[in-house]
Write a protein that binds this ligand. Structure first.
Ligand code: NAD
Length: 484
């Protein structure tokens, strides 16, 4: 079958891009090209911004309850195509089908929260701020917003933003990742069916150049970016230079601390999912285990034994527990880090190189890999590998673990496994990371909470999801009134 070239969705219509170039989309399980994402031009970005800009006035005047009804329709449509969405995610990304289902569920949860926006969009007021004078703060939508999305949660991440943006009365443009654009394209088919006025939501496929055109366009009021730290930092600066508000969620290097009093039988499955779920390609993935004191020996043995049993393969096979990496380049990068760990003197306890899948000779597989005797200054301890590579660092106590966590340039997530409330309190209080897990391996905030992040894992002040989203997608206007 000839892979289809994806189309853009602009002003309520699907249109073929005129771009001369396109990015190939691969099924990472077998290396086949399954689609092409056009690298849309600045003119096409301009058309999307014009459509979103033209739709804004009428959409902001649409009562929030009427806007929310579109969210209810969208939820129904997403539930109706749930399994198909999950299968598309697995096919374009490689993650196992159950993880893809989890991703679709999380996307739907954000739509569900946006269904309640009419109750959340209320301002506040005070009578008699001076004699006979009242004051109120109202929340108003801002205009056209855009999302520049990463490959690793291709369906969900734009839904950390889009439902809130349009629920608040703004109009929207998504530029999906060129690596995994297909599920977002399918979601836009559902947005089309949800009967939104033309121009309220728009999809422009592309890569860096398309993102840069969005950032430079004077018609875009704000940008939500999720991706790697170097790009996040650059986008934050560019957005500011163009007078846009921006929230840029970035890379990570997350630690999982295991205390000697932790229940290892319960902790180990959590650590495994954290490190090897989605083949380590989650911004919340734990990639370092800090084993405190006596936890070290028994934990090491159990982790290696359990990780060695994980079934690797095509994510569409329900019995598989870990899929391939998303791209050939990602596989090469991860293999490079394994070589680097060896060169730095870490001890390889479980080697995922050379994993072969019968029937899938061209898949981008790397098996679960565990290094022991990792030191905090090693590249494999400091840099985001974004693959199924877990390092173990033995530490003497919780203070030493916190020193490593707080010494990292990243601050996305950290988890503690313990039976001690005192240790847990100390950890949550002192760890400079946005998402903290206590006996939880992946501290993923649900849609009613902000998806947090600190240090080089986040640039901005208002995060995606939760109440932060409402603040990001509105202006606060203060009205002071006196009637004679
Ligand atoms: P990436 O930075 O390579 O790309 C992200 C997006 O930016 C893509 O749409 C891409 O086309 C675009 N882009 C790339 N270079 C650009 C440039 N110079 N200017 C403008 N746009 C550009 O990230 P990725 O590889 O797609 O995603 C993986 C990264 O995302 C990891 O670092 C991961 O930790 C991070 N991530 C963070 C979170 C979070 O919430 N903190 C969530 C998911 C993923």
């Amino acid at each position: 079958m000839t892979p289809q070239t994806l189309r853009n969705y602009i002003d309520g219509r699907w249109t073929a891009s005129e771009a001369a170039e396109a990015a190939e989309v691969h099924n990472p399980a077998n290396g086949e090209v399954i689609a092409r994402a056009p690298l849309s031009t600045a003119a096409e970005v301009g058309a999307a911004v014009a459509a979103a800009g033209a739709a804004f006035q009428e959409w902001r005047e649409t009562p929030p309850l009427v806007r929310a009804r579109a969210m209810f329709r969208l939820k129904g449509l997403m539930e109706g195509r749930f399994e198909e969405l999950a299968r598309v995610i697995t096919t374009e990304h490689g993650k196992i089908i159950d993880e893809a289902r989890g991703e679709v569920r999380r996307a739907i949860e954000n739509v569900e929260v946006a269904c309640g926006l009419p109750a959340l969009l209320m301002g506040y007021n005070a009578e008699d701020i001076a004699v006979g004078i009242d004051e109120e703060a109202v929340l108003q939508p801002v205009g056209v917003y855009a999302c520049i999305a990463p490959f690793n949660f291709p369906a969900m991440v734009p839904f950390w933003f889009l439902p809130y943006a349009i629920g608040c009365g703004n109009t929207y443009i998504v530029k999906p990742s060129e690596v995994c654009p297909m599920s977002q394209n399918l979601l836009f088919e559902l947005l089309d069916e949800a009967d939104l006025p033309p121009g309220v939501v728009n999809l422009v496929n592309g890569a860096r150049g398309t993102a840069e055109a969005l950032l430079a366009h004077p018609g875009v009021a704000g940008v939500s970016f999720v991706g790697s730290t170097p790009v996040a930092r650059q986008i934050y600066a560019t957005a500011a230079a163009h007078g846009k508000r921006a929230q840029c969620q970035a890379g990570a290097k997350n630690c999982l601390v295991v205390m000697p009093d932790a229940d290892l039988a319960r902790a180990v499955p959590n650590l495994l999912t954290s490190a090897f779920g989605t083949a380590g390609q989650r911004c919340l993935a734990g990639s370092l285990v800090l084993a405190v004191g006596g936890a070290y020996e028994p934990l090491k043995e159990r982790l290696v034994a359990a990780a060695a049993r994980l079934k690797v393969g095509d994510g569409l096979d329900e019995s598989v527990q870990m899929g391939p990496l998303a791209t050939r380049q990602a596989r090469e990068r991860v293999l490079g880090y394994i070589e680097r760990g060896l060169a730095e003197g870490a001890r390889l306890l479980l080697d995922g190189r050379g994993v072969t899948m019968p029937g899938y000779p061209d898949g981008y597989f790397v098996g679960p890999t565990i290094f022991d005797q990792v030191r905090p200054e090693m590249a494999i301890a400091r840099e985001e590998i974004f693959g199924p590579v877990l390092g173990i660092i033995p530490v003497a106590n919780l203070d030493e673990a916190l020193e490593i966590i707080n010494g990292s340039p990243y601050g996305n997530a950290a988890s503690l496994f313990t039976d001690s409330g005192r240790a847990a309190r100390e950890f949550r209080y002192r760890a400079r990371c946005g998402n903290i897990g206590i006996n939880i391996g992946i501290a993923a905030p649900i849609a009613t909470f902000p998806f947090a992040g600190m240090k080089n894992s986040f640039f901005g002040d208002l995060h995606g999801q939760g109440r932060d989203a409402i603040q990001f997608f509105t202006d606060r206007k203060v009205v002071i009134s006196r009637w004679f």
